[in-house]
Design a protein around this ligand. Structure first.
Ligand code: GDP
Ligand code: CA
Length: 325
């Protein structure tokens, strides 16, 4: 079998959109034989809360690939309860608008204990990855703590999770910042995985607060520019709107229109100092293909809705084919 039939794949991913896409990538690769894939996952929305370390995107990917995620609610563990959370609220600890499930807290306690023992974030993620057969190697983007802060139009700043969960992205953001990221390094394995890849896929994750922090880790952009792999992105915008969530508010804050071609332009063509070779557009956005091609990025039209595993796998297969084209 040639490498194009059974490619080594690297996926850049955020949480919920990222994990839906990763489920499709795993399925598409399984159909071609043994999957060889590495997910480089955003840690920009990690946080400390009630003394424990939370990694929302790592856990979304972990639970989804592990098959233990709550598919109805869309986040956390299936069948979780909130007894500890009720106690925390009774103590006035933590954030009253941020629910921590009991099973989820088990993950956070395990992680925090290992971090306190001196393990790196990469080592912790590796340990978390052992419990369920994930089928995809998971790497954090960096071992450094670079938690996202939202600087507000009206002055002041807050942790991204407070802005997103408590205020539902309603406070006008002036900028998204990851303090310390200029001194951060890619996690061990990240640059090597990109260099050794046959294909790099960018999940349809939030361009500003999921993919943005990954690309902002010094060395990641350079690795993407240097790899001999094709870099293929999938639009998180369908028909001029975000699919789930509030990414449009984030895009507006950084001066990017909520349009599939505008996001492609934001990432830029690899030949032009950017990171993309090809960009998957929704059928609803087929009219933007010429605009994307004009950027020096090869536009491909495909169904982009990931409503179930079959659709996610078809999307992943389309992204893999776009890399061959
Ligand atoms: P988060 O970290 O949990 O916010 O999740 P991600 O950043 O990984 O993904 C959020 C993005 O996924 C949103 O901007 C959505 O527009 C996008 N998204 C969610 N579902 C779909 C889908 O079915 N298809 C596509 N193309 N994008 C999606
Ligand atoms: Ca996230």
């Amino acid at each position: 079998m040639t490498s194009s039939e059974r490619p080594r794949v690297v996926v850049l991913a955020g949480g919920v959109g990222g994990s839906r896409f990763l489920l499709g990538v795993r399925e598409a690769l399984l159909r071609r034989g043994a999957p060889q894939a590495t997910a480089i996952v955003n840690t920009g929305d990690d946080l400390w809360l009630s003394g424990v370390r939370l990694q929302p995107d790592i856990d979304s990917v972990l639970y989804a690939l592990g098959g233990v995620n709550d598919t109805v609610r869309g986040w956390g563990r299936a069948g979780d309860t909130e007894r500890v959370n009720e106690e925390l609220q009774a103590w006035g600890a933590g954030w009253p608008w941020f629910t921590l499930g009991d099973l989820d807290l088990g993950t956070h306690l395990a992680r925090t204990g290992w971090l306190r023992d001196g393990l790196t974030v990469t080592e912790v993620v590796e340990r978390l990855s052992r419990r369920w057969p994930l089928g995809i190697r998971m790497l954090p983007m960096t071992d450094a703590e670079v938690d996202t802060r939202v600087r507000l139009e009206g002055g002041g700043d807050m942790h991204f999770q407070e802005w997103w969960t408590r205020h539902r992205a309603t406070l006008a953001p002036a900028a998204f910042e990851n303090p310390g990221i200029v001194d951060a390094a890619p996690a061990p394995g990240v640059v090597d995985a990109i260099a050794a890849a046959d294909v790099v896929l960018m999940a349809p994750s939030n361009p500003v607060v999921s993919i943005g922090p990954i690309l902002a880790v010094p060395g990641v952009r350079e690795a993407l520019r240097r790899t001999s792999a094709r870099v293929v992105g999938v639009s998180p915008i369908i028909g001029g709107a975000v699919v789930r969530g509030m990414a449009d508010v984030c895009l507006t804050a950084i001066g990017v229109a909520t349009a599939a071609d505008a996001v492609a332009a934001h990432y830029g063509a690899r030949a032009d100092g950017g990171v993309l070779d090809a960009w998957l557009l929704a059928e609803e956005d087929a009219g933007l293909a010429a605009s994307v091609d004009g950027l020096g990025i090869r536009a491909q039209v495909a169904p982009l809705w990931m409503r179930d595993l079959e659709l996610s796998a078809a999307l992943a297969e389309a992204a893999l084919r776009a890399a061959d084209a």
